[in-house]
Design a protein around this ligand. Structure first.
Ligand SMILES: CC(C)(COP(=O)(O)OP(=O)(O)OC[C@H]1O[C@@H](n2cnc3c(N)ncnc32)[C@H](O)[C@@H]1OP(=O)(O)O)[C@@H](O)C(=O)NCCC(=O)NCCS
Length: 244
């Protein structure tokens, strides 16, 4: 049987988000927002909440008529997000979130055997020390074989897939990023945009594992999604963002 992972990419400007927040946040989310002092953190918090609430109401038809204020997005003590439905408690399943430069990506799966992580990064050149500090020797060696124009794409992909995997693992950056290694079956296919391409990420922590994942380029952005669990057959289902 195929397990869907629903996902959505959303963008909105800060004034639109502040107006949205008036009627669409749950009381606890409102309290969380009030405690955020930095404007860019407020914006990313709101963008993530708007994206995730929209995704839940579109991916789960039975919740489609609920007000977004009744679909609260909270964080566990380790930072991982989860969904709480007013009057019904925590929604079983896995939610993952990422925000970067005015865009948010989120993913949802109801399968209790599956965890996943989504990540969004801007494709850009990074300081030469970045790859040495965070990627493996093999990934750096691969970067050197690429034409210079493709290196930012590969380094962003290798970094983003790590962040997605660290969310799927639930550890975040507490785990040394060099204990993960990204590989692509089609090394030549670095360019196609707007289509999910497979990747694999080997994790050397406790019990070694290989996590399946996907990546795609969306304009200037890299989107990655990594899964962990016993579900073999996954369908990635995109939903329309509130911005269309
Ligand atoms: C998780 C982590 C890799 C995210 O990377 P990032 O590039 O900074 O940010 P992104 O926008 O891609 O992702 C942020 C989202 O990741 C999610 N997240 C945070 N910690 C997570 C974890 N341990 N597992 C899964 N998801 C997590 C949250 O939903 C967060 O958004 P939100 O705070 O608005 O709900 C990074 O923040 C990290 O490792 N943090 C360390 C753990 C930590 O400090 N947790 C906070 C304790 S309160």
């Amino acid at each position: 049987m195929t397990t869907p992972i629903h996902w959505l990419l959303h963008t909105a400007d800060p004034p639109t988000l502040e107006a949205w927040a008036w009627t669409n946040l749950a009381p606890a989310e409102r309290a969380h927002l009030a405690a955020l002092r930095f404007e860019n953190r407020r914006d990313s918090f709101l963008l993530g909440r708007c994206a995730a609430k929209t995704l839940i109401s579109r991916a789960i038809p039975a919740l489609g008529a609920l007000s977004p204020a009744n679909i609260a997005i909270h964080n566990q003590p380790d930072g991982a997000p989860y969904v709480e439905i007013e009057g019904a408690g925590r929604l079983p399943g896995c939610l993952s979130l990422s925000h970067r430069d005015g865009r948010a990506a989120c993913a949802w799966s109801a399968d209790p055997a599956l965890r996943h992580g989504i990540d969004l990064e801007r494709i850009e050149s990074r300081h030469p020390a970045f790859a040495g500090d965070y990627l493996t020797t093999a990934e750096n060696a691969f970067a050197i074989t690429l034409p210079e124009s493709q290196r930012p794409l590969w380094i962003t992909l290798a970094w983003s897939a790590r962040e997605a995997a660290l969310k799927a693992l639930g550890t975040g950056l507490r785990l040394d990023t060099r204990r993960l290694a990204v590989s692509l079956p089609e090394l030549a296919a670095l360019e196609p945009a707007g289509v999910w391409q497979p990747l694999a990420i080997a994790v050397d922590a406790g019990a070694p594992a290989v996590l399946p994942g996907w990546w795609q380029r969306r304009g200037e952005f890299m989107l990655t999604l990594v899964t962990m669990g016993s579900t073999p057959d996954i369908a990635l289902v995109e939903h329309m963002s509130p911005s269309g």
